[in-house]
Design a protein around this ligand. Structure first.
Ligand code: NAP
Length: 248
C-alpha cells in the first residue's frame, strides 16, 4: 500500500516503542519519515536502518520537543530539505510516576514540559507550512490515564488530559485550512514505559482489560495510519481509544 507516497511525516519520539511502530508503518505506506529522538542515538539509527532495509525513505532528527527554539529550528530545516511537511505525529512522552505527596516540583515540570508543552511547540512549528499547503494531518498521543486517572500519575494524567483539550481546540482552529487534528488514546501498551511496572501491577492491569492483554505498538500504529489516511478525511477533534476495552 502506498497511499502516503509524496507525504512527509515527522514522528516525535519515533525511534522506540509506539513511535517506532508508527514510523515503520507510515514509511511502509510510502511516506518519507523523519524520526525524532532526544538521546538514544543507537535506537534511532537502528529504526532508520530497519526502515531503509524495507525500502522506506527515512531521516533522523535529534531535538528536545520541550525546547521551543530547537523545535522551530529543526522543523524549519526539515521543511526546507524535504519540501514540506504533511503529517505530524506528536508521540514523544515520558513518565515520572510517584504519589502526589512525594512528587517533586521537577517531576511535575518535566512531564508537563515534554508531554504537553512539547505538543504545543511541535504543532506551532508545523502550522505555518500546513496552512500554506492547505493540507495537514496531526495526531497527538494522549493516554487512557488522561481520561480516567491513575494513582501515582497526577503529572502524567494532567499532561495527557491537557492534550485532549489542545487537540479539540486545534481541530476547530485548523479545519478551514484542510488540516485535521485528532488524538489517539492508548491503554496499556507493551513498551519500555510499561516494562518499568512491577509484575504484580502488570497482572492487576491485565485482569481489568476486557481483551485480556496489553496492547502492542502495532495496535496503535494501525489507528494512527487510519487517521492520516484519506478514509479519515471527515474526522477531526476526535479521541480515538485503543485500549482493549478498559475504558469506554
Ligand atoms: P518510549 O518507549 O519510552 O519511547 C519514548 C520516545 O520518546 C523515545 O523515542 C524517546 O527518545 C522520545 N523522547 C522522550 N523524551 C523526548 C524529548 N524530550 N524530546 C524528543 N523525544 C523524546 O514510549 P512509548 O511507551 O512508546 O510511548 C509513546 C507515547 O505513547 C507517549 O506519549 C506515551 O505517553 C504514550 N502512551 C504510551 C502508553 C504505553 O502503555 N506505553 C500508553 C498510553 C500512552 P530517546 O530514545 O532518545 O529517549
Amino acid at each position: 500500500m502506498d497511499n502516503l507516497k509524496g507525504k512527509v511525516a515527522l514522528i516525535t519520539g519515533g525511534s522506540r516503542g509506539i513511535g517506532k511502530s508508527i514510523s515503520k508503518r507510515l514509511a511502509s505506506q510510502g511516506a518519507t519519515v523523519v524520526i525524532n529522538y532526544i538521546q538514544n542515538e543507537t535506537a534511532a539509527e537502528d529504526t532508520k536502518k530497519e526502515i531503509e532495509e524495507s525500502g522506506g525513505q527515512v531521516f533522523t532528527s535529534k531535538f528536545d520537543v520541550a525546547d521551543f527554539d530547537a523545535v522551530h529550528e529543526e522543523v524549519d530545516k526539515i521543511i526546507e530539505k524535504l519540501g514540506g511537511l504533511h503529517i505530524l505525529i506528536n508521540n514523544a512522552g515520558i513518565t515520572k510516576d510517584t504519589l502526589l505527596m512525594r512528587m517533586k516540583e521537577e517531576d511535575w515540570d518535566n512531564v508537563i514540559s515534554i508531554n504537553l508543552k512539547g505538543i504545543f511547540n511541535c504543532t506551532k512549528a508545523v502550522t505555518r507550512n500546513m496552512f500554506k499547503q492547505r493540507e495537514g494531518r496531526i495526531v497527538n498521543l494522549t493516554s487512557v490515564v488522561g481520561e480516567m486517572g491513575n494513582a501515582g500519575q497526577t503529572n502524567y494524567a494532567a499532561s495527557k488530559a491537557g492534550i485532549i483539550g489542545f487537540t479539540k481546540a486545534c481541530a476547530r482552529e485548523m479545519a478551514s485550512r484542510g488540516i485535521t487534528v485528532n488524538a489517539v488514546s492508548p491503554g496499556f501498551i507493551k513498551t519500555d514505559i510499561t516494562d518499568e511496572l512491577t509484575e504484580e501491577l502488570k497482572k492487576d492491569y491485565i485482569s481489568r482489560i476486557p481483551l485480556n492483554r496489553f496492547g502492542t505498538p502495532e495496535d496503535i500504529a494501525g489507528a494512527v495510519a487510519f487517521l492520516v489516511s484519506d478514509d479519515a478525511a471527515y474526522i477531526t477533534g476526535e479521541v480515538f481509544r485503543v485500549n482493549g476495552g478498559i475504558y469506554t
